[in-house]
Design a protein around this ligand. Structure first.
Ligand SMILES: [Zn+2]
Length: 144
């Protein structure tokens, strides 16, 4: 284990690369991204290689492995997000006050770390993991 900087992983999706980078920085692990498209150091590698390289200290790789492993729910919930079905035709009542004046959508009580929110706003897209629930307009209750 040395202070050598190594390539941890190549990403073809720069969004994913930035999320991983933010997560590492959030955990105090130094790292940086190298955009292969602006790299002209190795002209033999053409643009077809593409992608973004995540560079880290070699001594941090084990820590990163376990950190990313325990946060696999980010990937797991992606399926759930894409298979969400419209529920407009479902009559749902507030569990607290019984009102039918409820709406289904993204929870206002966030479960996410700040970096997911920041990245989502930056990219103007939905977070990869959305905590959806019902929201009652009468009492403000939120429930699944
Ligand atoms: Zn209510």
């Amino acid at each position: 284990m040395t202070d050598k900087i190594i390539l941890y992983k190549s990403f073809y999706n720069p969004i994913e690369a930035n999320i991983i980078r933010a997560r590492l920085e959030d955990s105090g692990i130094p790292c940086f991204l190298v955009d292969e498209n602006i790299s002209t150091i190795q002209p033999l590698y053409n643009q077809a290689v593409g992608g973004v390289k995540l560079m880290v200290f070699e001594k941090d790789t084990l820590k990163i492995d376990s950190l990313l492993a325990e946060n696999n729910d980010l990937v797991d919930n992606e399926d759930q997000f894409f298979t969400d079905k419209p529920v407009n035709d479902v009559k749902k009542k507030c569990e607290k006050c019984g009102s039918e004046n409820v709406a289904f959508g993204q929870a206002t009580k966030g479960r996410f770390s700040w970096w997911v929110t920041v990245i989502s706003i930056m990219l103007l897209v939905y977070p990869f993991k959305v905590n959806k629930c019902f929201h009652c307009y009468d009492c403000g209750n939120e429930f699944q």
